[in-house]
Design a protein around this ligand. Structure first.
Ligand code: GYE
Length: 336
């Protein structure tokens, strides 16, 4: 009995939901440019944005969340924020719930690159525009989202490699590198690895002797570095895909009686305050910046998309790199 009721209820709510979506879609199509369609944000009222965040794995992520929340408030956008705790299935659920709630815009930072076509099609069919922030997806159909705002992660990897090539210029001895990768399948992990590899392959003296994921977290960065240190006596360089893993690895290096920044040279990506502090203190040698302050541009894009304006498919974040000296100079004004 209970089971039957459940089934009926589920079927009933599915039908209502499907109906609501169809009505929403019709309103969207028939009404031309959405502006006056009379749903939650229509008629020039407050825009509602559903945002699905990756999680809270790093200092970068914390700064990114803060940027999005603060700029939504400043822009007068009603933000429905959902934390996926590093799981793609949670993001898909959140996006479906945003569709059911008929938000005006959906934005998300995809945990991994693949596997988004179905849910993105659902959003498109419901006439809800999607903006990708920070990380992209590998969908071939570019009409599934309006814009992607974020960094060029391949370029970041290349910048890391270029510093290394310069640092060891004129020194013919082999350079043994260990690599801490970001979370598996994430765009910044794939691309930072690829960009770095492309640059260092020009000289066979550079050898990546171990490469493993540290999940973009300090804890895993530390643990994996401990294992690297046990397995290899001759590590010259650590390339970590973010500051947090590098900071965890520094603890492991010090615990092993070695001097980070001197015995083992360290390159990381992000340039959050803790990373910059370690760089200024000589424990990291070089940081490639990746800006988490995407909130203001995202809110701007959302307003334009909602107003029916065409927006650029790709907005690339501007960023720089830091040496130890540059970190000392930049640190006092660093906001995150
Ligand atoms: O570098 C890392 C975070 O997607 C650019 O994710 C972001 C990356 C960032 O966990 O610290």
């Amino acid at each position: 009995m209970r089971y039957l009721e459940d089934v009926v209820l589920k079927k009933w709510s599915a039908a209502v939901l499907a109906g609501a979506l169809a009505v929403g879609a019709l309103a969207g199509c028939g009404g031309g440019d959405d502006a006056g369609s009379g749903d939650s944000g229509g008629g020039g009222g407050k825009i509602t944005m559903g945002f699905s965040q990756v999680g809270a794995e790093s200092g970068w992520r914390t700064a990114n969340t803060k940027s999005i929340q603060e700029s939504a408030a400043t822009a007068g956008i009603d933000l429905k924020f959902s934390d996926a705790q590093g799981k793609q299935e949670n993001q898909i659920k959140a996006i479906r719930s945003f569709i059911a709630q008929r938000v005006d815009v959906i934005a998300f930072s995809p945990v991994v690159e693949s596997g988004w076509d179905t849910v993105l099609k659902e959003a498109k069919d419901a006439n809800i525009p999607v903006i990708l922030t920070d990380r992209s997806v590998d969908s071939q159909d570019k009409t599934l989202y309006k814009s992607f705002i974020g960094s060029d992660f391949v370029l970041e990897g290349k910048k890391a490699g270029e510093w290394l090539v310069k640092e060891y210029e004129g020194k013919p001895e082999p350079v043994n590198i260990v690599e801490l990768q970001g979370s598996p399948g994430a765009a910044p992990a794939n691309d930072r690895k690829a960009g770095f590899a492309e640059v260092i392959k020009a000289d066979p003296k550079f050898k990546v002797i171990a490469s493993q994921t540290g999940q973009f977290t300090r804890t895993d960065g530390k643990e994996v570095m401990e294992a690297f240190l046990k397995a290899h006596q001759d590590i010259d360089v650590l390339y970590a895909h973010n500051d947090d893993m590098g900071l965890g690895a520094i603890e492991a290096i010090e615990a092993a009686g070695k001097k980070p920044g001197t015995d083992i040279k360290i390159i990381t990506v992000d340039a959050v305050k803790d990373g910059m502090t370690a760089l200024a203190a000589g424990k990291i040698n070089y940081i490639v910046e990746c800006s988490p302050l995407l909130g203001p541009q995202l809110m701007d894009l959302a307003k334009k998309v909602k107003a029916g304006e065409t927006v650029e498919q790709r907005v690339v974040t501007e960023e720089t790199t830091f040496t130890q000296e540059q970190a000392k100079a930049a640190l006092p004004d660093r906001k995150y």
